[in-house]
Design a protein around this ligand. Sequence first.
Ligand code: HEC
Ligand code: HEC
Ligand code: HEC
Ligand code: HEC
Length: 178
Amino acid sequence: MKMALILLVALCSSFEIFATQSYLSVFTSTYPSVRGSQLESCATCHSPVKADFLNAYGLDLRDKGKNLNFKAIEALDSDEDGKSNIQEIKAEMYPGSQAATAEYLIFTNKKGAVHFNHEMHVTGPAAGDCSKCHGVDMFPKYFNDSIPVRDKAHTICWRCHSESGNPNAPLQCDWCHQ
Ligand code: HEC
Ligand code: HEC
Ligand code: HEC
Ligand code: HEC
């Protein structure tokens, strides 16, 4: 019984990895012109989050474009910015975000401003798991530059950068503080 359960869990998680990777690859094969643009990214459907770790375009795809039927949601304007999804995709603009570029939070402080790409972190290293940074004794879910978060930042940000072993994750002071 226990074995069967473990097997089921293993099957489900490999299916999930397959499923999420295929969203991006089916998107780029449906719209080859987005290859190499900012739209070839998890953020296209996942940021900024509106519900269930999906943005407005991701939600429309899930609910109105079932089985990856991208055509069914082309005429919609998911992010309500006055341009249809297909117009935005052709223009290499995010169909699920009114922002033209990825979402940044900039901490200004005496040591030097820290540019934090929230969107990249949510969809990349944290893979949608908000609890990597938010929760009790973690970062609040609001941005207020007048409330310092130095101690939390130097623990939470630095620890993950160190543990990730990723050479693009800054560990030196003047790489984060510019
Ligand atoms: C073209 C849109 C699109 C792109 C691009 C995309 N996703 Fe998704 N993703 C979705 C949708 C829609 C769901 C919801 C599936 C559901 O609930 O039926 C989802 C679900 C997920 C889930 C939840 C687990 C699951 O399988 O249900 C994770 C984690 C995820 N995506 C991660 C990623 C990552 C990481 C990337 C970039 C490599 C990515 N996604 C790119 C549309 C997208
Ligand atoms: C890698 C760390 C990290 C992850 C993962 C993360 N956040 Fe954040 N988030 C932050 C930080 C840091 C701030 C700024 C907090 C502050 O200034 O005190 C923030 C701020 C926010 C804000 C306020 C933005 C504003 O403009 O006021 C919201 C909303 C938010 N996060 C939602 C989420 C959600 C939803 C998820 C999961 C889908 C998530 N975050 C995942 C680090 C993260
Ligand atoms: C991973 C990124 C990162 C690294 C590496 C880093 N910091 Fe920071 N640091 C931050 C963030 C984010 C804040 C919070 C800024 C805020 O609250 O506005 C901060 C805040 C500070 C502050 C407080 C500034 C003030 O106005 O009170 C000082 C001082 C500081 N860091 C010094 C350092 C030193 C020295 C190092 C190297 C040993 C370092 N930091 C490395 C991200 C980093
Ligand atoms: C869940 C782990 C994790 C957490 C938490 C995290 N980071 Fe990162 N960060 C990474 C990884 C991994 C990379 C390298 C991504 C890549 O491959 O480019 C990175 C890259 C960066 C970069 C360089 C790329 C860029 O966007 O310019 C900066 C700056 C940065 N992080 C700042 C921060 C700050 C500030 C915090 C805390 C508020 C933070 N990170 C929290 C994992 C994390």
